[in-house]
Ligand binder design. Structure first.
Ligand code: HEM
Length: 425
């Protein structure tokens, strides 16, 4: 029992090394969560993860409490894993400095800014969709990943993929090497013997190269996103470069492609093809489908916090010094909030309490540390889907394995092959 009369979460922090559950978690994150939640009869439980006592939180109310963090009991806790590979940026900042950085970064996503981004997005998406080859099946994840990478590098670094082919390819390849370092991190740092040191060193080298390209692009390109960043007084040169590194990292195209691919997976099933036309005719149905895609297939399994002051989550007190892993995937399947949570059912959003239910989606975080780029994400997703649906119909090629992997970004294990045909009317 904690001093405030609440209970500590059920479970055990185990014995160092022997009791660590990292392998179990990485093998299959959703099963790890549901198995323990069932065992402890609680969607908040204590275990040992990455060698630290860690409370897993996968109840909807738990995530609401974590994001609200009314008494400032938490720090974000991403720096240990990602600090070196990204350098100082907002994700590794807490308290007042984080508030100031957020305020500064929001200036990049005002209505006026979004309008100018929309023009760039339209141009690149039109070009990509016009040039699609419908004579053979298409790996849709690879298509989205390439397209969104081009959009991000054009928006954030002012690249022109047609006129700067070599540079675009070099940067795309550097972001891939950098990404491999990001995903080798948690295990190689925390669990000796796992992960590859050389992958990590190559990623650090890629980071240096990317920062050089970013510096050069800032000098060459006289318009666009980085100019907006430079206009913000509070940001010095290295803060600008590090944020451009964060925004151009492979993480963003992967997360956006994850949502787009999941949309195609659900609407390309033989009995769901009619949903595509329904989306074109009925904005609300399209919205419900996208809400259900977010609920069922959030791009990120979850995130972290470090508890610096005893913290009450969903009625349990988590003592200072412990870590938190919150699971968006689990909270989106909390049966206290969503009926038949394991069923993909857009109709659940056709309800009078839709606005309340939307507050239980956590794909982009919430409150003080919510995603600053979510409006841009929706510009990109809606533009791509609207233009694709207007021109094409798609169906999944038969007999492919559509099982998902959840880390580091959720997506079907295979790339998802579909056949496109021109829409007749
Ligand atoms: C589908 C794409 C994306 C997803 C799913 C996503 C998701 C998230 C989530 C869940 C957080 C909160 C993390 C936490 O509280 O633990 C976050 C934070 C953040 N996101 Fe995104 N994001 C996406 C795209 C973007 C884009 C395009 C940008 C900017 C260009 C961006 C910039 C940021 C920043 C700067 C933060 C940190 C905010 C802070 O620490 O206060 N994100 N994002």
């Amino acid at each position: 029992m904690a001093d405030n009369g609440t209970k500590h979460p059920p479970g055990s922090a185990g014995i160092p090394l022997l009791g660590d559950k990292s392998y179990d978690f990485y093998k299959d994150p959703p099963s790890f969560f549901e198995k323990n939640a069932k065992h402890y009869k609680s969607r908040v439980f204590l275990t040992r993860f990455l060698l630290k006592p860690t409370v897993f939180v996968g109840s909807s109310q738990g995530l609401i409490d974590i994001f609200a963090d009314k008494d400032n009991c938490n720090e974000l806790g991403y720096k240990t894993f990602l600090g070196q590979i990204f350098g100082e940026n907002i994700l590794f900042t807490d308290g007042k400095p984080a508030e100031q950085l957020r305020e500064a970064l929001f200036q990049l996503f005002t209505d006026d800014c979004i309008k100018t981004y929309q023009q760039t997005v339209d141009r690149i998406v039109d070009k990509a969709i016009q040039s699609l080859d419908t004579s053979k099946p298409l790996c849709i994840y690879a298509f989205f990943k390439r397209l969104v990478t081009e959009i991000c590098l054009t928006l954030f670094l002012g690249l022109d993929f047609d006129e700067m082919k070599d540079l675009s390819e070099t940067i795309s390849s550097l972001t891939t090497t950098h990404w491999h370092g990001i995903i080798s991190m948690p295990l190689s740092v925390k669990v000796p013997g796992l992960g590859s040191q050389s992958t990590y060193s190559k990623a650090l080298q890629a980071k240096i190269e990317l920062l050089k390209v970013i510096e050069a692009r800032r000098k060459e390109d006289k318009k666009g996103f980085h100019v907006k960043l430079e206009e913000i007084d509070e940001l010095d040169d290295s803060t600008i470069n590090n944020h451009l590194l964060l925004f151009t990292s492979a993480l963003v195209p992967k997360a956006i492609s994850s949502l787009l691919t999941s949309f195609i997976v659900e609407t390309g099933k033989p009995d769901k093809i009619s949903w595509q036309k329904a989306c074109l005719l009925d904005e609300e149905f399209h919205e419900h489908l996208l809400l259900e895609v977010q609920r069922f297939y959030p791009p990120f399994f979850g995130g972290r916090r470090e508890v610096i002051k005893d913290f009450v989550v969903d009625g349990y007190t988590i003592p200072a010094g412990q870590s938190i892993v919150y699971s968006t995937t689990a909270a989106h399947r909390d049966p206290l909030v969503f009926n038949n949570p394991d069923q993909f059912y857009p109709g659940r959003w056709n309800t009078s309490n839709k606005e309340e239910l939307k507050k239980k989606l956590f794909c982009f975080g919430k409150d003080n540390r919510s995603c600053v780029g979510d409006r841009l994400v929706w510009v990109i997703i809606n533009t791509i889907l609207k233009k694709m649906m207007t021109k094409y119909e798609w169906s999944l090629v038969e007999n492919q394995d559509i099982n998902y992997k959840w880390l580091p970004v959720s997506k079907p294990k295979s790339g998802v092959i579909c056949q496109l045909t021109e829409r007749s009317s």
